[in-house]
Design a protein around this ligand. Sequence first.
Ligand SMILES: *Cc1c(COP(=O)(O)O)cnc(C)c1O
Length: 379
Amino acid sequence: MNTQELIKIEDDYFINTFTRQPIVLDHGEGVKVWDIDGKEYVDMFAGIAVNCLGHNHPKLVKAIQDQAEKLIHISSIYYNEPALIYAKRLVDKTGFDRIFYANSGAEANEGAIKLAVKYTGKSEVISTVESFHGRTIMTLAATGHEHYHEPFKCILPKGFINVPYNDLEAIKEAVTENTAAIIVEPIQGEGGVNVPDIEYLKGIEKICKENDIVFIVDEVQTGFGRCGTLFAHELFDVKPDIMTMAKGIGGGVPMGGILATEKVAAAFVPGDHGTTFGGGPLVAAAANAVLDAFEEENILDNVNEVGEYFISELKKLDKEIIADVRGKGLMVGIEYVDKLREAGFLINCTADKVLRFVPPLTITKSEIDQFVKALDEIL
Ligand SMILES: *Cc1c(COP(=O)(O)O)cnc(C)c1O
């Protein structure tokens, strides 16, 4: 079937939830992907910050192949070695004490909020405007976008308060004796690559400590090297009570997780939470391979070096239509002035007017050069 015929299947058969680019992708290698007609693309999006090692990474492919031949799924009723080994590796690297395996970012956040509520016995959660925490009913309530709330207002849980991002006073005002948790992204992704002031997370940590509130960082997008440290909260020198992860964790396989301190984690007892798929051997083997690559291939060094280069090259573009270039590591956004849309360009962008780039963490400077050159010409 050709591209048009294939795309028509979605029109006829899918529940209508996505606006996709009219491209049917077939295979990839490193930062490149090819569509079914053989057209080559440089992937500046990495499956929404998921394919951290790029496409078809040999270590990841081999780990998945080898594990698929042994066991794919066993349920949470039994132990499996890859998930046990991975838990120890990740916990030891991060300074948290315990892990729970989930399958997606929303599910990780859902579990994190349940844990905070069980730990505190309280019922209010503070999150930020322009945040993104997921599409389930509870994480939707935490997500600070009115237009996502609108059709579901009648069923959204109470107790979720959205305050402006990067505004400590707003958080202080929103705290009550019922506050269970504050959940924030260390750098907002979907909200338009918003990097907060250096004191912001420290300030939240302090408010949480003083009021016995659970401090949750949502590192679903910023985690696994995206911003130049293994987790972005390290950039702000804070120790949250809970961190949630997904996107990059398994290099492309659907996986998520919650890390928590001993104190908070102890609130859950068997029966409080669970999952059928979470921490299965296949995804855990993939996650181990991702950590292997981080340890053996200087991924973080590449993120820092190429990320800095990318941002400085974008800043040189100096076009009238660019209002701001910002980001950290390989999470980069260009905010453009409204003219671009008026001039008839529709670009895949987040927060209405921010072009977001979250390429594979293995991208090179010469690939960045190619991209910036093309972008320059287009602009
Ligand atoms: C993508 C994202 C989520 C949701 O993850 P899903 O796997 O799509 O459920 C949650 N939080 C942040 C910060 C994200 O970027």
